[in-house]
Design a protein around this ligand. Structure first.
Ligand SMILES: Nc1ncnc2c1ncn2[C@@H]1O[C@H](COP(=O)(O)OP(=O)(O)OP(=O)(O)O)[C@@H](O)[C@H]1O
Ligand SMILES: [Mg+2]
Length: 462
């Protein structure tokens, strides 16, 4: 399953952003409309109440309305066509229009006003399916005047307002959705570009960097992605180079090995080869195979491009130096090795470290004059190896740590030019460094610096 298929299984990020913005806008619009609607409604109802109350007070003051009701005059005559009027007196009630639908709604509260127990009553009643606001005010001795006004116009206004709000709400939500979608897709476009690029790289294994635009978070992500690609391609390049170099270096010993073997078999075939020449040829072949094995071992060591992985442990560098010196002495090449070391704890790989020290000692012995002395010193994490040989020329100095690099003079001696490359790689893996220079004795001087702690502390630091 590709990344794209996995993505499409879930709701896309753009859609999620759109839904979220739309919901937020919808909630805001709904809250706003509700607040405005409720305010307007209470305002309109308060106005109706005020107006009705004032009219009732005025009518009660001049007493005309009550008289008119009692005498059966129609409300039109009272210039009050929009309201219904009724009168309560001595516990009886009468309405102007005579259909008594208002009278039917009168209750205890209005009666209480007529008897003087209450000052005013105001409530909403339902007359023939229409809401009316009904007010009762005292209208003289044991009398109450009741006015009722239809709420129909107010309610119609509110209904229209509601419709307008619904339209505004829908339009707002729609607009928010469209805007959210537009913002989400445009802001996610760089992410999509990055994804496409990553997928392209995965498919084609072509580590070309991605174009960076702008300087926002996504641009930073792209830059980080590019530097990752760079590191990857550098590592790939190093591996390729190593394989190419190795192929080239292996060819020479393999060719001479083959020549020797062919010589042997031809001689066997023709039957004429002295025992001595034969022995020499075989010794040659054995030596070449030995050299090849070392070369392959070195190559494998160098090919390990990754950081230290074999669980690192505290290693006493002085012990490592001692072991390496013993091994070199055992080979007994007539060179004296003078060692002075103080313990130094390094967190790392003992095997790798010994190999590096051994490479330095091997070189020193190889280049030492017969009966020369190699001085080995270890103090405060700095190991120096000095010999009395010819030293390294200024042209060679910058190159000696390169893989397969050998000076002109070295070409006649055994070796492949990998020894110092391994020393440098080991130093770097342990967070240290190695330098080549000239010794006071005239020969070469190599200093290997490794971070660590004096063994007395027993607290190694990396
Ligand atoms: N002590 C030394 N004195 C003089 N030249 C040296 C010394 N050590 C190293 N060199 C120079 O540096 C080159 C690289 O050394 P390096 O150890 O990498 O390779 P090598 O000794 O030729 O082969 P290998 O170590 O792989 O068997 C050598 O060929 C030599 O020219
Ligand atoms: Mg060497």
């Amino acid at each position: 399953m590709t990344l794209r298929e996995q993505m499409s299984d879930r709701v896309s990020l753009a859609l999620r952003i759109t839904i979220l913005t739309t919901l937020a806008v919808a909630a805001t619009i709904a809250a706003l409309c509700l607040a405005v609607f409720l305010t307007v409604r209470s305002q309109l109802l308060a106005e109706v109440d005020d107006a009705l109350g004032q009219r009732a007070e005025a009518a009660a003051d001049n007493g005309l309305a009550a008289e008119a009701v009692l005498q059966g005059i129609s409300p039109e005559a009272l210039v009050a066509a929009d309201i219904r009027i009724a009168v309560i007196w001595d516990g009886r009630a009468r309405e102007v229009s005579m259909d008594d639908s208002l009278v039917e709604q009168l209750g205890r509260r209005e009666l209480a006003v007529s008897t003087g127990e209450a000052e005013q009553s105001l409530r909403t009643v339902d007359i023939g399916g229409v809401d009316y606001r009904m007010v009762a005010v005292p209208g003289g001795e044991d009398r109450a005047l009741v006015l009722a006004q239809s709420l129909e116009p107010t309610q119609a206004t509110l209904k229209r307002l509601g419709v307008v709000f619904w339209i505004i709400g829908f339009a707002g939500v729609l607009l928010a959705g469209v805007a959210g979608w537009a913002v989400a897709t445009t802001s996610l476009r760089p992410v999509r570009r990055l994804t496409d690029a990553a997928e392209r790289i995965a498919a084609t294994e072509q580590l070309t960097p991605i174009e960076v635009s702008g300087d926002d978070e996504l641009a930073r992500l792209t830059v980080a992605f590019n530097s990752m690609l760079e590191a990857l391609s550098a590592s790939l390049q190093r591996q390729r180079q190593l394989v190419a170099d190795a192929g080239h270096e292996l060819r020479t010993p393999l060719t001479s090995l083959r020549t020797n073997i062919e010589l042997l078999s031809q001689a066997d075939f023709q039957g004429g080869l002295s025992e001595r020449t034969r022995g020499e040829l075989l010794a040659d072949i054995r030596a070449q195979i030995g050299e090849l094995s070392t070369l392959v071992g070195d190559l494998v060591e160098l090919a390990r491009d990754e950081p230290l992985d074999r669980s690192p442990e505290p290693v006493d560098l002085a012990q490592v130096v001692d072991d390496a010196v013993q091994r070199v002495r055992r080979r007994g090449q007539g060179v004296t090795i003078d060692v002075q070391s103080t313990p130094w704890l390094v967190v790392g790989d003992a095997q790798l470290l010994e190999r590096a020290v051994l490479n330095l000692l091997d070189n020193a012995v190889k280049w030492s004059p017969p009966l020369g002395t190699v001085h080995v010193r270890l103090a405060d994490g700095v190991l120096s190896v000095a010999d009395e040989g010819p030293g390294i020329s200024n042209e060679d100095l910058p190159h000696v740590f390169e893989r397969f690099y050998r000076s002109h003079e070295a070409r006649t001696l055994p070796g492949s030019g990998l020894g110092l490359a391994i020393v440098e790689q080991t130093a770097q893996r342990h967070g240290g460094q190695v330098r080549a220079g000239r010794a006071a004795t005239g020969g070469a001087l190599f200093t290997l610096r490794l971070p660590g702690a004096p063994a007395a502390d027993r607290q190694p630091v990396r």
